[in-house]
Write a protein of this length. Structure first.
Lengths: 155, 155
DNA sequence: TATTGTTATACTCTATAACTATA
DNA sequence: TATAGTTATAGAGTATAACAATA
């Protein structure tokens, strides 16, 4: 696996990028595992977290839009929003223009909880924060490119 | 949030690292979501994946060791290993020195499946592979440091 | 008596299908 | 008739407690 070539890139370069990317995925996976401890502290479930990360203050997506964002079934969103409402983190709002749809908005408590959660979840590891500015900028460009590479319909 | 300071680092530097780290976590989260499609292709569940990523060919951890690695209950490991055995990916081995413990080893099929899975899961995004060698090396050092920063007992 | 792993059981999360209320 | 969301129900995944085998 170490001497292989691809795209005209030499084997050793390929393998460096591969090793670093792998490490990156592994460190971030650990971050997710750690987040379960954070969640316990805040009295939240992974479902709560997922919702709080997607919902933005000032917006009020419909149940259907949330199902799309979460890549899950409509009934699952009903269940999840029930849990969030029980915790007082979101509220269902009926829209006058079409009384079938429900718009989901963060409550003030929900906004606070979201901030708390993001503060902890996205906390920058010291070693990463110490990286050179130029390196971070190059990395950011690459990340933007990766974002553009994504297929338009993420089903 | 943009003008805050920490550790004597100026606000704008702090905020660049923060933004890039956040992007990084978001890209890798997407990678996990994408992996569910890969899993479907391979006929595996997220549980299968988790196990295959942890198990190494040539090693045979005990059930208890797996429970620690997965941060889960002993009975959950029993259940998970049952699923893996049904698929022919692992086998339980009794140890002569202590006939209570079961050692879990990848079967030849399991090794193949692990390779296939890792090939796809750790596939390097082109934009990342195109980064400068020096940048990748700096990043690798930071990642190693992050690894060392981890608390020794990850409960 | 303590430890390793399993079984019985219950709870959470997720999906499918049938339903209610609007449109 | 079609659509947005809910309810009834079933299945996967996870945990707690009681258990069997071994130390």
């Amino acid at each position: 696996m170490s001497g292989r070539r691809a795209n005209g890139v030499t084997g050793s370069e390929e393998s460096l990028a591969q090793a670093v990317w792998r490490q990156l995925l592994q460190r971030t996976m650990e971050r997710f595992v750690q987040s379960s401890a954070t969640l316990r502290d805040l009295g939240l479930t992974p479902g709560h977290m997922r919702a709080l990360l997607v919902l933005e203050p000032g917006t009020q997506p419909t149940m259907g839009a949330l199902a799309q964002a979460f890549h899950c079934d409509a009934s699952t969103v009903t269940w999840l929003v029930d849990r969030l409402e029980e915790r007082g983190l979101v509220e269902r709002r009926s829209l006058a223009r079409d009384r079938r749809v429900k718009a989901i908005a963060l409550t003030p408590d929900g906004v606070k909880m979201k901030q708390l959660l993001e503060q902890r979840f996205f906390e920058v590891p010291p070693a990463f924060g110490a990286l050179d500015r130029s390196l971070l900028q190059a990395l950011r460009s690459a990340l933007v490119e990766m974002d553009n590479d994504r297929p338009p319909a993420p089903r």
